[in-house]
Design a protein around this ligand. Sequence first.
Ligand SMILES: Cc1cc2nc3c(=O)[nH]c(=O)nc-3n(C[C@H](O)[C@H](O)[C@H](O)COP(=O)(O)OP(=O)(O)OC[C@H]3O[C@@H](n4cnc5c(N)ncnc54)[C@H](O)[C@@H]3O)c2cc1C
Length: 137
Amino acid sequence: MRRAGRRHVLRGPDRHPFQKGRVAIIGDAAHGLPPTLGQGAGLTLMNARALNAALARSASVEDALPMWEQTVRFISDKTQRWSLRYDFFTRQWPTALWFLRPPIIWAFRTVPALNRRMRIADQGMRLTPLGLPISHG
Ligand SMILES: Cc1cc2nc3c(=O)[nH]c(=O)nc-3n(C[C@H](O)[C@H](O)[C@H](O)COP(=O)(O)OP(=O)(O)OC[C@H]3O[C@@H](n4cnc5c(N)ncnc54)[C@H](O)[C@@H]3O)c2cc1C
């Protein structure tokens, strides 16, 4: 029996908040990505570590969660945007411009400035104050 494939269209960045009150969402539920960049699980772990750091710096969970989202959200948003761009290049690139595809994909993979932007989650918490050691002074 033949089964029809199902295709889900991913859009992003998501506009919904990642937290409310004492509840935070992490992982694909918060920031689903096309798998093209291989960053989804890494981004999830980075957000979880940042959440832990925000909780350690805050007097209450209610204080920590908005600070956490405000501080690290841009990393999820940028990763989503880049994964969607890369997904477009790999799956929807116009046939008439096919000849341009290999050099563009090569550039994404090898030009350090581009690659750093695409894989911003790899730099993770180092880009935010949550990556700094806690001062007890
Ligand atoms: C093809 C592919 C390749 C990938 N490669 C990489 C990679 O190389 N590197 C990387 O970092 N990331 C990669 N990812 C992304 C990574 O797999 C996801 O970002 C990661 O699994 C997200 O984890 P999660 O726990 O948020 O969600 P999930 O792993 O999706 O876990 C959610 C769980 O909740 C369960 N669930 C759903 N609804 C309910 C319900 N109502 N009740 C109870 N349980 C429920 C699901 O069954 C599932 O087990 C890839 C993804 C894909 C699809």
